[in-house]
Design a protein around this ligand. Sequence first.
Ligand code: GLY
Length: 393
Amino acid sequence: MKRIVLFFIGAVYCQGIFAQPSKKAMQQLIDENMQFAAQQYKVLAQKTPATVMPRTFQGDTLVTSNTKWWCSGFYPGTLWLIYAGTKDAAIKEEAEKRLGILEKEKTYTGNHDLGFMMYCSFGTAYDITKKPAYKDVIFTAAHSLSTRYRPSIKAIQSWDSSKNFNCPVIIDNMMNLELLEWVTQQGGDKKYHEIAVTHSNTTLKNHYRPDYSSWHVLDYNLASGGVSRKKTHQGYADESAWARGQVWGLYGYTVMYRFTKNPAYLDLAQKIAGFLLKHPNLPADKIPYWDFNAPDIPNAKRDASAGSIMASALLELAQYSKGKVKDEYVATAGQILESLSSPAYRAPLGSNGGFLLLHSVGSLPHNSEVDVPLTYADYYFIEALGRYKKWYL
Ligand code: GLY
């Protein structure tokens, strides 16, 4: 018996502690998902009226949004990513149409979400097509986002003041910095890079706890520049670790390292990854519960969006990491992609309103979008599949 156990441990060790799925298996999984996504998004396209964007599918009904909704860039972005993976002309045609209705939001300044809205859409489109008109849209959007920078707090204000918050900055805001960095990198004003770096430094200083989990919302005092309160909006409790917030931070600091090569950003991203991957409440299939401290774990809802964002972020973080941690990031991302591709999370063709993934959570405390498909879960799933193919096959 002892000999069998030793042999087993030896076999696993020889393959590496974090054994990757075989390249052939991943190639098949990625190609099958891309073909599936092209077919499934034709169902979504056919259901979605021309002037709005799909948002979710609830109670057998497609829920749509106008183009000011923070998620309006994900549907066109996903179409572009599917096009990149399949070269399906009908998908490209739909992607171009949807950029057409979104473009007007390049001057929107009502919140911090311009990066999600305009970079995940036009940025993805530019990456694939190199069409100059798309670049112009992104440059205008960077200017719009920069108007929300508040020098007194050294950060971008996420939402306008309300009865709940004076000057809220949410961890999600790290995701909007790629837009700013990209524009400076492409020859735009250096101030966009400076804003992104200053915001990242302020967030690193104030948003992170000693265990490298983050608060969701910090309410700043514009007059003093200090933090008044540390709260949640979409998490279980002020002191809990809301899953999507954790993975937004992971993704955001990885992107900031890509642009700046500041080792403090890489260090933080790796520490956030450590918090996530070593957490006793991360399930065996690596799809997080909606909050790492949800009181009803193991019966708490899963958040497939947190899983897909985490997979995509880990695949990029692995590019900047070495040895055992690199292997762990790639293996975990592969495991997430396998889980999301299984019937436990991926909808059968023609169902789910045309969305790819089931089981995401928008905001459980508001009883909004609980255990439903969400556009960003699909977006980061397809992005992660593409990244795996580009970097690891
Ligand atoms: N504010 C973006 C999110 O719900 O994750």
